[in-house]
Design a protein around this ligand. Sequence first.
Ligand code: 25A
Ligand code: L14
Length: 343
Amino acid sequence: MMEIKQCRVAIVGATGAVGQEMLKDLEKRDFPLTELRLLASKRSAGKKILFRGAEIEVEEATPDAFSNVDIALFSAGGETSKRLAPEAVKRGAVVIDNSSAYRMDPDVPLVVPEVNPEAVKQHKGIIANPNCSTIQMTVALKPLVDRYGVERVIVSTYQAVSGSGWKAVEELRSQSQSVLQGEEPTLEVMPVGKLDQHYQIAFNVIPQCDVLAEDEYTFEEIKMVRETKKIFADDSIGVTATCVRVPVERGHSESIYVELKDDYELDEVRRLLKDGAGVILDDELGAQRYPMPLATTGRPEVFVGRLRKDLHHPRALNMWVVSDNLLKGAATNTVQIAELLLR
Ligand code: 25A
Ligand code: L14
């Protein structure tokens, strides 16, 4: 790992749903940068964006835009990362990439700062930010992995549309409006797949996030399986995922069944989660307290509730995990990785 002396930062995809949150996080967390460059496609070049009270002009992301950049935060989709991340590294930058392009590359650390911060040290220029659904699940599992070991995980997700970018958020809003006005909604974005076949997401639920991958699983589901093993550096954790899109703007929810390796007491699990790094336990069903996407929007933590013993398997438990997919699922985790680099 090379040492970073100055801190000139670039955001690639600065005008996007995640890029905008990166900008706000750098501001909120008082990130010690000396210069900030905002990059996007040609379409957005010339746009002006406020940062710490001053206007910064968006530039087209080209290879030479990375000269004199120390850390480049990428969130402009996989194709852009494949094309430009090597160019940034060639020019001396460390890339922290939000796309799925490099996550499973053995030379690229896949990092959740609360779970495997030490992996950052192995980087050769590129560090990958995991998938949003995977990040929040691993933060919630970490205290259980450390104390009991985890044998098996069965997860179903309830994913917000902002995971697919601004276009998807706009689609949910305009479809909702059309339906309420008695008009025919336009179907253009959801689900994001390989076919030109779309379904209404407003007032509906779509059991497909991302494209078909293999063995009848979607790529989003496969990412959860593979990335979880890589982050915990343990191929033996058995993960099964079903990823579902719901008409929510922001905040992914997950129903998680966990089989532990050791016996457990629910009180102890509760204590461990309460003290877990980056976790907020919000769990009192009798008082109708549990995490929900609306309440987690804008917050950087992972929220856990609905903790209960499985009624069949003595070493299993069930929980409900919610987090802001644009923050801990993307922008905040990326900025936290950048903070690790500076330490
Ligand atoms: O390619 P993938 O992997 O399938 O990724 C698809 C989408 O996923 C989002 C991101 O959406 C991406 O487009 N995404 C990526 N990683 C994510 C993550 N970890 C993620 N979502 C959640 N979690 P997005 O729209 O929010 O952000 C896209 C950003 O990338 C910039 N970009 C696109 N192509 C680029 C590029 N930057 C450099 N080079 C390229 N070739 C993009 O910049 C944006 O910042 P932009 O200039 O396209 O500006 C986006 C603005 O313009 C509007 N807009 C979008 N499409 C059009 C448009 N305006 C006119 N015509 C259009 N066709 C948008 O409203 C936005 O404000
Ligand atoms: O792999 O559409 O990081 O919700 C995460 C969000 C892929 C798309 C990733 C979505 C993206 C996914």
